[in-house]
Write a protein that binds this ligand. Structure first.
Ligand code: UD1
Length: 418
């Protein structure tokens, strides 16, 4: 078993380079099932989830090969399997993203219901609504979901909620459907735009990604391309919070500052100095940070994936802050762990009321999901003594080289095997 140990650290200083975005890499890898020629993906983050998605692709008949540490070559010319194994699917929710590509490429797909982070019930009804609208028949039995269609035909689809995964899955299914699909109330996350750009490079015809209406004209065949994955805005935000809470001075390199506007705005509101400079953002903390409120929303609102990290910041702010979670129904699992470290947090339905405390104290804690794990690392940087984090496989799902990157900034962070 592995644990991450974090000791109270000095103010973090220096530069950190952000890796490619996990949430862009996973749909792009799934979409690689659609190409019939070589696909080269650059800036692929080294993550457990990426490894798993590569295993899923290989199990379906794709050839996946690392050209360099962060460059993958995929060839899906011979994809012929339409079923994924329970073992792989149950490890990662995003593996469900292979459904759209397999459905449109092979006319059928069968998968077990997805696993992944335990943050709420996370249904997939909107993905299925989209597949049905395109003409697929959906069958569920024995924990499996199958989608079948001799031919997919474009249609108008309205999403009841701008789900990121549903937008991606439907876009991938529609890219080779007959005729035009118009997806309304689509998610507008940068990762959606990256996926649309990638599909267009393969030969797709998608317009409007990044807005709430996406128009997808079906094409007969997709080829290959070379594509660099966008930087991970959540990893960037996590290091920005680290600068704020340690009263540090960090330059976060390889970011698209437009993608992290709410994080920048909220850090400034708390009293940090944030300087945007091309593809870098410098965050300078302050001893006198004041309370802020956040409300998570679909993009371009405040990202739910930054809520836990901001809650650590809130525990140290002067006054009472409120975090409202509107995207997921059960995403306060880090709260009990932070309370064990001395935080003063009360939960009222979807709101967390956080009263600033003088200090946190290190304790043995457990990561309940990916971002909750990141929050515990952050809390450990400022807590007196040592914070021992268990269940760190959650952290490894989404942070590329977390100890190395934090250590380089002066953090006292170690991984230990027991
Ligand atoms: C993606 C991200 C995740 C992020 C989330 C919201 C990836 C791999 N993961 O997850 O890090 O936290 O977006 O920004 O990109 N919902 C339904 N029915 C559906 C689908 C979703 O009701 O068919 C609900 C979910 O339960 C949830 C909300 O919609 O409450 C948002 O989910 P969604 O946007 O789909 O998130 P994911 O794609 O799973």
């Amino acid at each position: 078993m592995e644990k991450i140990l974090v000791e109270k650290s000095p103010p973090l200083k220096g530069n950190v380079r952000i890796s490619g975005a996990k949430n862009a890499a996973l749909p792009l890898l799934a979409a690689s099932l659609l190409g019939t020629e070589d696909i080269i993906l650059e800036d692929v983050p080294k993550l457990k989830d990426v490894e798993l998605m590569c295993e899923v692709l290989a199990s379906l008949g794709s050839r996946v090969e690392y050209l360099e540490d962060d460059i993958i070559k995929i060839n899906s010319a011979n994809v012929n399997k339409y079923e994924t194994s329970y073992e792989l699917m149950s490890k990662m929710r995003a593996s469900f993203l292979v459904m759209g590509p397999l459905l449109t490429r092979l006319g059928k797909t069968k998968n077990s219901l997805p696993g992944g982070c335990a943050i709420g019930t996370r249904p997939i009804d909107l993905h299925l609504k989209g597949f049905r609208a395109l003409g697929a028949v959906i069958e569920t039995n024995h924990g499996n979901i199958g989608a079948y269609a001799d031919k997919l035909i474009g249609d108008k689809i309205y999403l009841d909620f701008p789900s990121v995964g549903a937008t991606e899955n439907i876009m991938m299914a529609a890219v080779m459907a007959e005729g035009e699909t118009i997806l309304d109330n689509a998610a507008m996350e940068p990762e959606i735009t990256d996926l649309a750009n990638f599909l267009n490079k393969l030969g797709g015809d998608i317009k409007g990604a990044g807005t709430s209406t996406i128009r997808i004209k079906g094409v007969k065949k997709l080829g290959g391309c070379r594509h660099a994955i966008i930087p991970d805005r959540i990893e960037a935000g996590t290091f920005m919070v680290a600068a704020a809470i340690t009263n540090g001075d960090i330059i976060v390199d390889n970011v698209i500052s437009n993608h992290i506007k709410p994080v920048i705005a909220k850090l400034r509101e708390a009293g940090c100095t944030v300087i945007e400079n091309g593809d870098s953002v410098r965050v300078i903390g302050s001893e006198n940070l004041k309370a802020i409120d956040i409300k998570t929303l679909p993009y371009p609102g405040f990202p739910t994936d930054m809520q836990a990290q901001f809650m650590v910041l809130m525990t140290l702010l002067d006054g009472t802050s409120v975090a409202i979670e509107t995207v997921f129904e059960n995403r306060f699992m880090h709260v009990d762990e932070l309370k064990r470290m001395g935080a003063d947090i009360k939960i009222d339905a979807r709101s967390a009321i956080v009263t600033g405390v003088k200090a946190l104290t290190g304790a043995p804690v457990k990561a309940s999901d990916l971002r909750a794990g990141a929050a515990l690392v952050l809390a450990g940087l400022v807590a007196d003594g040592v914070t021992e984090i268990e269940n760190i496989h959650h952290i490894d799902r989404g942070y590329d080289g977390i100890e190395a990157k934090f250590s380089k900034l002066g953090a006292r962070i170690y991984r230990k095997t027991y």
